[in-house]
Design a protein around this ligand. Structure first.
Ligand SMILES: [Zn+2]
Length: 529
């Protein structure tokens, strides 16, 4: 039990200090709940003295029925030695009514002398008295030694003296912070080894990612004997971010073979990561280790054929252990194994159809050469493959279309699309307007098809991306349009390429609707059989 690693999450405090990140009180409560379920030990909820939102969080979180995690409030040491008992920083911490508090103090002489303008003795006393006050009030105290590594390198004696003050006052955990994120892993390791004869309390680590080493530094600290580790989900945080718990946790469990204090539901890791991204309104980092969409995605033909024989050849762990999954991508690098794997995933058996899979590979290579990209548009690929095996043919045909764009005197544009389509020999003629030509076309197409296929009313456009493929051509250049659609349950991506942006958009829109209808029909067929 003694050597089990304690996990301290500061997504809700340090994480929200990251650029572009904002969470409502309700978001914070939902994340706290999720982290508790996941198995995090301590959740730092915010800085109660700093803003009303955090104060409200601490009021509301008490009503949350947490299974295991303890909530922690963050703050600084007292402002002055004069009236510790009534210091506003410390009072705010007590008012948060959490079982755990974390406070930070200055450990780098540069900060205490230049920043605060106080003597060594005063700084030492501020740390001692603040920790001692919180201990006296029954709190578990986590002492964050701000800028510890920089302070230690600058003036070892000063830094150690400040740590000893916190330890003597009864701090339960002494956290060594690489606040500026500039320390190297070997320094973290060596310094903690050196420290172990002086500091007898539990040692913790808090790192930032300014040298892209926050995870490596946390692991180095654990190797040297730290048993409390702080970080954020997805590594969000000030500047380049905090140490990423989504990488640290699987590294602790799967690579260092160490136990965490509470059993972690590691197979929930990917979904917890996505949940946090979702609430922060951030697009997930597809290349993130362990939890990224691409973390176990194989594109090169040689890789794919090896992975199909034995996934260990190109995967460092079984993706299911962290709740992720293996993916095989389709691109002009693909060989036949990619196509067969993908087909199998889609329920199409190509194992005895070598000629067909060769034909599909060549066709895809040709399309990708022309600017298509299928590894981001799996729905278009699925239609193409099913088209080749005669499982799919388009649900409608466009006979004629016209688009008008008008500009008024202020330069505001308005567009109108007129469309003639055919479904099973029946003709439908519609017109619709929109705030631009693509929007007008999209509206007209839906309006025309709704009578035949009411299920398309659920489709929503989630994302629309245009990429110019050969920039030198200027306005004549080819463009690729990628569309992400959703029906509330599933999301799917489609692609179109043309020199004409409207045509490229229309291809992607048509694929999106065809895909939905294809899936819908397939599902219904299955139910009636
Ligand atoms: Zn920090």
């Amino acid at each position: 039990m003694k050597d089990r690693i304690e996990l301290f999450d500061t997504t809700l405090r340090d994480g929200t200090q990251g650029e572009g990140i904002s969470l409502s009180v309700q978001d914070k409560l939902m994340i706290a709940h999720k982290l508790d379920e996941f198995g995090i030990d301590v959740i730092e909820g915010g800085w109660p003295g700093s803003n009303p939102k955090d104060e409200e969080f601490f009021r509301s979180v008490k009503k949350l029925n947490l299974f295991h995690a303890q909530i922690c409030a963050f703050g600084s040491t007292a402002r002055s030695l004069k009236n510790i008992e009534n210091d506003p920083n410390l009072q705010a911490l007590l008012n948060a009514e959490t079982p755990v508090v974390s406070i930070f103090g200055k450990t780098w002489r540069l900060h205490s002398q230049k920043g605060l303008g106080i003597s060594d003795e005063e700084n030492e006393e501020l740390i001692f008295k603040s920790v001692e006050f919180l201990k006296r009030n029954g709190k578990r105290v986590i002492y964050d030694s701000e800028h510890f590594f920089d302070g230690f390198k600058d003036d070892k004696n000063f830094a150690l003296r400040m740590l000893k003050a916190a330890e003597k006052a009864g701090a339960d955990v002494i956290v060594l912070c690489d606040t500026n994120g500039g320390t190297m892993p070997h320094e973290v390791f060596d310094i903690i080894i050196e420290l172990k004869s002086t500091i007898l309390r539990t040692i913790g680590i808090h790192t930032h990612n300014d040298s892209e080493l926050a995870v490596a530094n946390s692991i180095a600290a654990i190797q040297a004997g730290a048993i409390h580790v702080q970080g954020t989900m997805n590594g969000v945080g000030e500047r380049c971010g905090n140490a990423n718990l989504c990488s640290i946790i699987p590294n602790i469990i799967l690579k260092l073979n160490k136990k965490t204090k509470q059993e972690i539901n590691l197979e929930h890791l990917t979904s917890v990561s996505h949940f946090v991204y979702e609430l922060m309104n951030l697009a997930p980092n597809t290349r993130a280790a362990y939890v990224g969409k691409s973390a176990f995605a194989h594109k090169g033909g040689i890789h794919v054929s090896a992975v199909l024989k034995d996934s260990r050849m190109y995967e460092h762990i079984d993706p299911e252990k962290v709740g992720n999954k293996q993916r095989v991508l389709i691109s002009d690098l693909s060989g036949q194994s990619n196509i067969r794997y993908k087909a199998k995933e889609l329920g199409i058996d190509l194992s005895d159809k070598k000629e067909l899979s060769k034909k599909v590979v060549n066709y895809i290579k040709m399309l990708e050469y022309g600017g298509f990209q299928f590894d981001g548009a799996e729905a278009s690929f699925e239609l193409l493959l099913n088209g080749e095996t005669n499982e799919f043919s388009p649900y409608f045909r466009v006979l004629d279309s016209k688009i008008h764009v008008f500009f008024d005197a202020d330069g505001h544009s308005k567009a109108e699309a007129v469309l003639k389509i055919e479904v099973d020999g029946e003709i439908e003629h519609t017109a619709s307007d929109g705030n631009g030509p693509v929007n007008a076309l999209d509206n007209a197409l839906r309006k025309a098809l709704l009578r035949f296929y009411p299920e398309i009313s659920l489709i929503k456009l989630v994302d629309y991306k245009v990429r110019v493929l050969d920039e030198k051509e200027g306005t004549n250049a080819k463009v690729r349009v990628m569309i992400e659609s959703s029906d509330g349950n599933d999301t799917w991506s489609t692609v179109g390429v043309s020199e004409n942006i409207i045509e490229a958009s229309f291809q992607a829109l048509s694929d999106s609707i065809n895909y939905k209808l294809f899936k819908y029909q397939k599902r219904n067929k299955k139910q009636t059989v």
